[in-house]
Write a protein that binds this ligand. Sequence first.
Ligand SMILES: NC(=O)c1ccc[n+]([C@@H]2O[C@H](COP(=O)([O-])OP(=O)(O)OC[C@H]3O[C@@H](n4cnc5c(N)ncnc54)[C@H](O)[C@@H]3O)[C@@H](O)[C@H]2O)c1
Length: 273
Amino acid sequence: MRSFADRVAVVTGAGGGIGRAVSLELARAGCHLAISDINEEALLGTAEEIRTLGRNVCTHRVDVSDKARMQAYVDEVVDFHGGVNILVNNAGVTVAAPFEDHTIEDWEWIVGINLWGVIYGTKFFLPHLKAADEAHVVNLSSVFGLAGIPAQTSYCVTKFAVRGLSEALWVELKKDNIGVTSIHPGGVRTDIAKSARTTDDPELKSQAVEIIERFSVTPEHCAKQIVKAIRKNKMRQLVTRESYLMDFLKRLSPVLPQRMLRAGYERNLIKGA
Ligand SMILES: NC(=O)c1ccc[n+]([C@@H]2O[C@H](COP(=O)([O-])OP(=O)(O)OC[C@H]3O[C@@H](n4cnc5c(N)ncnc54)[C@H](O)[C@@H]3O)[C@@H](O)[C@H]2O)c1
């Protein structure tokens, strides 16, 4: 997108983490916001900061896995702002558990949020994005959308799917002047690991929390990369060293990173991420 001034940006999961940081970064760049989350209190905190930056903002309590609520969200946003230019499908969760320990309900929960949430958002906002003179869709995938990671099967399934959807849409929507970017961060210091569903194995969750806290970048850093990617109309944006490294290894040999992960998993060095 050439300019962010007075554009309208929709961000899901904007109460905390990357969603909050990207909302603020877009506001700094000149956008007005339509933000949503299941956590209303956190959402109001983000909105307050957007207002202090001098931008208009509307807030919506939305569970992205709820089809009817997502449809209503679109109407509410268009009533308030008159249109939409940028959609950031950000809300996401994880399940830290081996495949064997996932329940079917875990699968339904994560696919509902991480995949159906992105499909609903893109499908329902699309007519309004098409009506704009310039528009962009950002989908949060992950480094786990580049490689299969043990104890993150369901998360990987959703993040690979989000990458596939984004790449196909990048081709399809060019004719409508809509850019599409999938974002692939490694560790970003947010609450995602703390709020993960997990097994009874306390080590699994604490290892994930520790990895995030030790190796990750700030949500603000990630948000800057996202806004830069929109500006440059990139098809995908890698964020953090782990993502660049994984991308490099996968190009070198698709099986090499999996062999390394398997060796670590067999020796119990990696319980999951
Ligand atoms: N943090 C990381 O290391 C990392 C890495 C790669 C990708 N991501 C992706 O970035 C996105 C944001 O994650 P984060 O790290 O900021 O997590 P986070 O847990 O800090 O924030 C997620 C936000 O989404 C909200 N949310 C949860 N379920 C929701 C639902 N059903 N409907 C609407 N909102 C909901 C939460 O209330 C929270 O405000 C996710 O898609 C995640 O998969 C994160």
